[in-house]
Design a protein around this ligand. Structure first.
Ligand SMILES: NC(=O)c1ccc[n+]([C@@H]2O[C@H](COP(=O)([O-])OP(=O)(O)OC[C@H]3O[C@@H](n4cnc5c(N)ncnc54)[C@H](O)[C@@H]3O)[C@@H](O)[C@H]2O)c1
Length: 442
């Protein structure tokens, strides 16, 4: 594979992870983005994304000369395979905001050469590869299936574990023609050494990706409602889930995921709406994508009320109280603030009059200020000083070393466990130290 040259169009989170991984595995990678700053950063060996090992991989790939970035789409003409990894957000009505995809495909179409293989990695509604991407590429003068091949090969990595995922998760491929499917399958098998799952069409590959995120969001919604149900009986939801998940079912076992303060990020918050809207456009009313979204979107408000009630139970008012929030990202071990459920939770506490101090070592001050409107604390100690509650809302690796005995918090401080899933021994220890403890469904 080392002689293969790969173009990557779109150097966001996914584009950078894929580009750096392919370069690290010996391929020459020409990466293109319209954002000059991202391109400049990458050429300096820097990645703005706080993803485990990504910075090292980018730095190594740039230093070896195997990864270069530019804003010139013509640099893609000399590549063998072009991956499209631009953003595909949805509008409030669930329809695809295709601005980035249109722009990328229009430009790429003008620079394609015969013999290339184009692979769409962005998540899209069914039919997009065939009805939007194909004609935009063909507007450049070449014909798909004859002059170049086109396939949908969706990205399924998860933030926080992205680089390991890339080299282990099977790749789904669905080409416009059987030849395109075979070429895509061969490329991914050789490039990443992963299992390849061939589908009969791009639509099947598009739907398979959406099915994954529809299932994950709905499963988390079940876990969140289960947590609220368990709370009625003072039962620890994590015990219930561990027990329930021992039941053999289908090819595996019941697999209820973990409850939390809510679902965020750029994928799970939009992909179920993509499904819902695509179905509605064909006259089919699907209920489960919307239900999952609604249940998960309620969790930040529910958690804020849980926190306020816990303070009240301890005779404390939320108004004027100092609440330290540790971890602002949408999940553990990522610096991604997109659609983070921490934001509405914090807003709810601020509306109730709390003085909220924010701390996240994975995110720089400017981005925190942009999302939350306030300057974060510059250290853990500053954040928790005199706090009546320490809310651990994203449990990043650096937080695992926190010595709760040494924190300068107020007496009988509440530890609100939003996503740390502290084991029972830790909860016992916290109580011995004088903390109160409450988790989602615990
Ligand atoms: N973030 C994830 O964890 C994840 C996981 C799986 C799949 N996906 C999907 O992958 C796709 C990309 O997601 P992301 O999180 O990397 O998005 P992103 O917003 O981080 O990155 C998009 C990049 O595309 C660039 N871009 C926009 N228009 C362009 C154009 N015309 N030409 C070249 N570059 C252009 C932007 O400047 C930006 O750098 C989306 O479809 C998303 O749903 C994301």
């Amino acid at each position: 594979m080392s002689e293969v040259t790969v173009g990557v169009l779109g150097l966001g989170y996914v584009g950078q992870c894929v580009a750096a991984t392919l370069a690290d595995r010996g391929m020459r990678v020409r990466a293109v983005d319209i954002d000059e700053q991202v391109v400049a950063e990458l050429n300096e060996g820097y990645s703005r994304f706080a993803e485990t090992a990504l910075l090292d991989r980018v730095a190594r790939s740039v230093q070896s000369g195997r990864l270069t970035a530019s804003v010139r789409a013509e640099d893609l003409t000399d590549t063998d395979v072009v991956l499209i990894a631009v953003g595909t957000p949805v509008r409030p009505d669930g329809t695809l905001d295709d601005t980035q995809l249109r722009g990328a495909c229009t430009t790429l179409g003008q620079h394609l050469r015969p013999g290339q293989l184009v692979l769409l990695k962005s998540t899209v509604p069914p039919g997009t590869t065939r009805r939007l991407v194909r004609p935009l590429l063909e507007a450049g003068g070449l014909t798909a299936g004859t002059d170049f091949d086109l396939a949908m090969t969706p990205e399924r990595l998860a933030e926080g574990n992205a680089l390991a995922d890339l080299e282990s998760i099977p790749m789904i491929v669905g080409g416009l023609t059987p030849r395109a499917t075979r070429a895509a399958a061969t490329f991914w098998h050789d490039a990443l050494g992963v299992q390849v799952i061939e589908q009969d069409s791009p639509e099947a590959a598009e739907i398979a990706k959406l099915a994954d995120n529809w299932w994950i969001d709905l499963n988390i919604a079940l876990a969140n409602e289960l947590a609220r149900f368990c709370a009625l009986y003072e039962v620890d939801v994590l015990d219930v889930i561990s027990a329930a998940n021992t039941l053999a079912k289908g090819g595996g076992t019941v697999n209820i995921l973990l409850p939390s303060i809510g679902v965020g990020g750029s994928c799970l918050t939009k992909d179920p709406w993509m499904v819902h809207r695509s179905a509605a456009d064909h006259g089919l009313e699907l209920r489960t994508p919307a239900v999952g979204r609604q249940v998960n979107a309620e969790m930040p408000g529910w958690t804020a009320r849980l926190l306020i009630d816990e303070l009240a139970a301890a005779g404390r008012q939320v108004a004027g109280a100092r609440i330290a929030v540790l971890g602002l990202a949408f999940k553990n071990d990522t610096g991604d603030l997109r659609s983070t459920p921490v934001q509405p939770l914090v807003a709810e506490l601020q509306r109730a009059g709390a003085e909220v101090s924010l701390y996240d070592p994975l995110i720089d001050e400017a981005r925190i200020k942009e999302t939350f409107g306030v300057r974060p604390a510059s250290s853990l100690t500053e954040a928790v000083q005199d706090a009546v509650c320490v809310a651990v809302l994203a449990y990043h690796r650096p937080f695992r070393d926190i010595d709760f005995a040494a924190l300068p918090v107020a007496p009988s401080c509440l530890v609100l466990d939003g996503r740390a899933y502290f084991p029972k021994e830790t909860v016992v220890r916290l109580r011995e130290l004088g903390y109160r403890y409450r988790g989602v469904g615990r």
